[in-house]
Design a protein around this ligand. Sequence first.
Ligand code: SIN
Length: 281
Amino acid sequence: MRNQLLDIQPIAGALGAEIGGVNLADELGDGVIAEIRQALLDHGVIFFRDQVLDVDRHKAFARRFGDIFIHPNFRGTQADPEVVNVVRNPGDARIVGEKWHHDTTMVAEPPMGAVFYAIEVPPYGGDTMFASQYLAYETLSPGLQALLEGLRVKHTDRALAGPQAGVSKTRSTAVREDADWRETITYHPAVITHPETGRKALFVNHSHCVAFEDMTEEESRPLLDYLLEHGHRPEFTCRFRYTPGSVAFWDNRCVKHIAVNDAGPFRRVARRIQIQGTRPQ
Ligand code: SIN
């Protein structure tokens, strides 16, 4: 598929496209940026290969799509608050993003997306999988869709950071675990309308969601579990195999993702910059 300026090749039926013909380190014109944004909206997640991005060029590209989002749980654990270095060393039992999730949904205005740059890639393993939450919503029965319209879901970061979670002892990318850390909780609708495409998407994820509003966690579990599992049926997904210099840019409003924890004896290093989003509605 050739747009005016970009070569766009879908990689799966559900979502995901590889884009050629662009060097992200260049000062890109507004026309190219508009086409990249449209490709993100059309495909949910887009990929670029063989890019050379230092931190400044990486930030400059991300800023063409919005302000940089500062992740509250990496404050003080990363040298630059605008950047998360996602490092997996041999021996790490756990990794960043190891469950199906949208990023950082415990906050009121989660990131609209992330630009993820692969620096060191294992010879095999370490892929990321993505799942379309448009399809997850559209394939529910009309009855369940109607039920979900009125429901809001509790999103928390209690399993992801803080002294009680004990995450940092299991992996190289540390999070805040100091005594001053406080759990962040926000209620978001179970189904949201994408602010740019106008399409409805399921908005629940394994990492953050624990209950429906005004219900106990125990009461919520059966329906929540159903939705969480439904959200990554194989036919809703794509999988990306990185090479050094690959970039994945995902739309956090309509796509969930998971870092596949199968890099075994190998190191994997990537740099992630998130882009500020708006309140899901
Ligand atoms: C993330 O969830 O942001 C990390 C994805 C990955 O490491 O593949």
